[in-house]
Design a protein around this ligand. Structure first.
Ligand SMILES: [Zn+2]
Length: 83
């Protein structure tokens, strides 16, 4: 047990800084009616839709400048003008 603990700590020290955590935002997104468009890491660190119910609807521009009509939860509401 103490051996395992040492090995684990060693891995953590080199990897944990950039390891994703459950709930972290993923740069990818997915537009789906009735769902927040943001993708997050699930408890298994797999990409999944944000669990929060969408409360915001509007157009949103991705990094390539393409405009999407999306729904987002309160937490991840895009900081853009909707006018
Ligand atoms: Zn969300």
């Amino acid at each position: 047990m103490s051996d395992m603990g040492r090995r684990y700590r060693h891995v953590r020290s080199s990897l944990m800084d950039r390891m994703p955590k459950p709930g972290d935002l993923i740069s990818a997104f997915s537009v789906q009616p009735g769902r927040c468009f943001r993708m997050i890491y699930s408890d298994m660190l797999q990409a999944t839709h944000c669990y929060e119910p969408p409360v915001w609807k509007g157009s949103w521009k991705d990094v390539k400048g393409r405009t999407w009509y999306v729904e987002a939860c309160q937490k991840q509401e895009p900081k853009v003008s909707t006018r």
